[in-house]
Each structure stands twice: as C-alpha cells, then as structure tokens.
Design a protein around this ligand. Structure first.
Ligand SMILES: [Zn+2]
Length: 421
C-alpha cells in the first residue's frame, strides 16, 4: 500500500470555522434545512467541493453530491458524507463533522496524487434533522427510494408542500423513486457521538454497531380530580401519583434490560389535568421515548410497559385510559465487513476503537437500505449535543479523517467491492 497522506489540520479547521460561521445571527449555530441560511451553507460547500476537484450536482432528493470519478466506471461507488442542516443552536459539529472530514480525506488523497478505481462521492444529505415539515432524514430517505407521495405532500411553513420545498433547493421530487440508488458499494458516515462514552473512556474512535430502533408510546392514566384540601389522602384516585410511579417503574425496567446492547427509556413530556395547584390530578399523560439496539428487547419492553402501566394505575385506584404506540422504527445493524475495515484501518493508525450503538437516528440508517453502511463516532466534549456548547476537538476530527482516508483506500483496493444483495 502507498504511504498514505495525513489530514491537513489547518485546512480542516478552516472548513469547520467557515461552515459553522454560516449561522442565523443571534442564534449560533443554526442552519435550518430549506432556509436561506441553509442554502448559503450549501453554496459555500459547493465551492469547497469543486475546489477539491469534485464535480457537483443536486440529486432528485435534494442532496448535494460531490463526485470524484474513478478509473473503472463499472465498479460501485464508495460514498461518505453527512448533513449540513442543524437543529436550532446545535449545529457546530453535528452533521458538518462528517462533511468536513470527507473533504479532508478526499483533499489528502488528491494532494498525494491518488487515483481511485472506484468513484468516490461526498454527500451533504438534505434535512437530516427533524424539519418544519415534520420529517427527518429527507435526503437519505429519498436516495433509498423511501420518500413516498405521503411524505412529499406533507406541509411546512406557509403551507408549502415538501415536494415544492425539495424543488426549491434544486431537487426533482417527481424523479426520486426512479433515482433510487443501486450503485453504492459502501457508505461510511463520520459523526460526533453526541453522548459521553468515548470521552469518558478516552477512546478516539467509536465503531457503530447499530443505529437504535425508536418507539414512542402515549400513555394516559385517569383517576378522579378532587379538591386538594378536602379529599383525604386515603380516599383519592390521584392520576398524577400513579403516573409518577409509572415513570419510575419504566426507568427501573429500562435499567434492568441487560445483555441486549444499548437500551434507553425516557419520559420527556408529562401533563396533569386539570392542572391546578389545589387540584388532585384527574388524569395524567406522558410520551415515552424508547430506543433499543435489539428489536427483541424493544418488543419485550413494549409488553412490559403495558403491564407496569396497569399496575401503577391500579395501585392508586386509577385506570389506563390510553396506551398507544405513536411510532416504531427498527434497529439497523451496521455492515460487518465495513466495521472490520474501520477496525483494521484504525489499527494501522494505532487508534483505539470501541464498538458502540447509536441512540440517535442518522442518514446511514436509510442508506443501509440500499448499500452496506457503517459509522465512525468521534468524542463529544461532556457528551453534549444539540446545544451551543457542543464541541469536538479539531485533532479528534483530523484523526477520524485520517482513518477515513485509509478506509477509502482499503475499500478502493479491495479485489471486489461486494454489491448489496
Ligand atoms: Zn447529525
């Protein structure tokens, strides 16, 4: 193997600074998808892609695709990238890390005079974060052919249909279905961890095992509203207390899930009715967010949650009025051969790695429907993400870019890049 170039640290820093500086004034670091600020970021990226020798296009689903033509057009495409849109205030590294690392790796290879056999593509996926249209991962869904008419009809600000919004950023929504990609030999996404594990363990590289499945449950417990001063403690049907005990029971049950990988259950919304300081709650409602690396663990927990809800309600003379599954996605395993290639490349660089699951959703989960896909995580300071304090050291990103450089060469020089079944 040729001696491989390392990442230009200064250039990487400049790319990070330049892209993150394109933010809504007053609310750093914000570039919401489909906004003028987002499009300004895209224009900047397009220039940078071209400066690194990539040809650029907006595909049917509105993704910005930079392309480095390989010597053998019959070989499948090797793809990397992430997203340049952000949540409000939380986009200094979330998303753009994967794009600037991709640019750095391609820049290093080109500077070294490398000529790839496979075409290499760097992608800025459209609208990975939940958008004003109520949908996330719009571009990667589209690339996978999973963006249907029901999605395209969803309405956003000013009643604009998602199809029109995609057209506005340069896509061709009517052609998304026929442009479902079938030519991708492998996809690797670099992303910040958005959690505390790598930093706590002092490990620079996370190799993602799977992207967790997510279920959301709406649970409503009903009791009887009463006067807080006159209803004796022994003669109540307090839906608030019943719900409080359910929240604790769910927490304990989630902690007790063992040996099935990453598992979390969170109550982030709770509402008591009628909601007066001097009123015993007559009803209480929560939304439970459950994330699991194992679909079996998720199935088991959903059954258990129902039992715990009945028990918590019964203890307080209340009843479960609603237990509704609002949504459910299944876990997506990362491709084993790509994971091994990441581990081998990290070994060459003497970088310690840790296998870990992603509790957050990512574009890679959709790309995995059409190609072998994998993810590399880099440490997040204090595990913070989706806040202005989100931080990852440039050197950590540069190491990930070094790893990506090796990984691309490794995949490019494999005798045969297996096509996805
Ligand atoms: Zn992200």
């Amino acid at each position: 193997m040729m001696s491989l170039p390392t990442t230009d640290r200064n250039r990487l820093q400049q790319d990070l600074d330049a892209l993150s500086a394109i933010t809504e004034p007053g609310i750093p670091w914000t570039r919401r998808s489909f906004t003028p600020m987002f499009l300004e970021g895209r224009r900047h990226l397009e220039e940078r892609f071209r400066a690194e020798g990539l040809s650029t296009e907006i595909d049917a689903a509105g993704n910005l695709v930079g392309r480095w033509q390989g010597e053998d057009p019959s070989l499948p495409v090797l793809m990397t990238g992430s997203h340049s849109d952000t949540v409000p205030s939380g986009g200094r590294f979330d998303g753009i890390a994967g794009i600037v690392c991709g640019l750095a790796a391609i820049g290093a290879l080109r500077a070294a005079g490398y000529r790839p056999r496979h075409t290499i593509e760097l992608v800025d996926f459209l609208a990975e974060e939940p958008s004003e249209w109520g949908l996330s991962c719009i571009g990667s869904r589209g690339m996978a052919g999973a963006l249907g008419p029901e999605h395209l009809a969803m309405k956003g600000p000013d009643n604009e249909a998602l199809a029109d919004a995609i057209r506005r950023v340069g896509g061709a929504p009517e052609e998304i279905r026929q442009h479902r990609r079938t030519d991708i030999g492998g996809f690797v996404e670099i992303h910040i961890e958005q959690g505390p594990v790598l930093e706590r363990l002092g490990i620079p590289v996370g190799i993602v095992t799977a992207i967790a499945g997510i279920a959301r449950l709406r649970i409503r417990i009903e009791g009887e509203a009463a006067h807080a001063g006159t209803a004796p403690m022994t003669m109540r049907a307090d839906a608030g207390v019943a719900m409080a005990s359910l929240v604790l029971a769910l927490r304990d049950a989630a902690r007790a899930v063992e040996g099935q990988g990453h598992f979390t259950a969170t109550v982030g919304i709770i509402r008591f009715e009628p909601g007066g300081a001097n009123v015993v709650p007559g009803s209480a409602e929560v939304i439970v967010d459950i994330r699991a690396e194992s679909d079996q663990a998720m199935d088991d927990f959903l059954v258990l949650a129902e039992k715990l809800a009945s028990q918590s309600a019964a203890k307080e003379n209340c009843r479960v009025a609603v237990l509704e599954k609002l949504s459910r996605t299944f876990a997506v395993a990362c491709d084993p051969s790509l994971r091994a290639a990441i581990a081998d490349s990290a070994g060459e660089l003497n970088l310690q790695t840790l296998p870990l699951a992603s509790g957050a959703g990512h574009d890679a989960a959709f790309v995995a429907q059409i190609a072998p896909a994998a993810m590399i995580f880099v440490p997040s300071r204090d595990g913070k993400s989706h806040t202005p304090e989100e931080w990852t050291d440039t050197e950590a990103l540069a190491l990930a870019a070094d790893l990506l450089t090796r990984m691309l060469v490794r995949l490019d020089q494999r005798p045969e890049t297996p096509r996805h079944p």
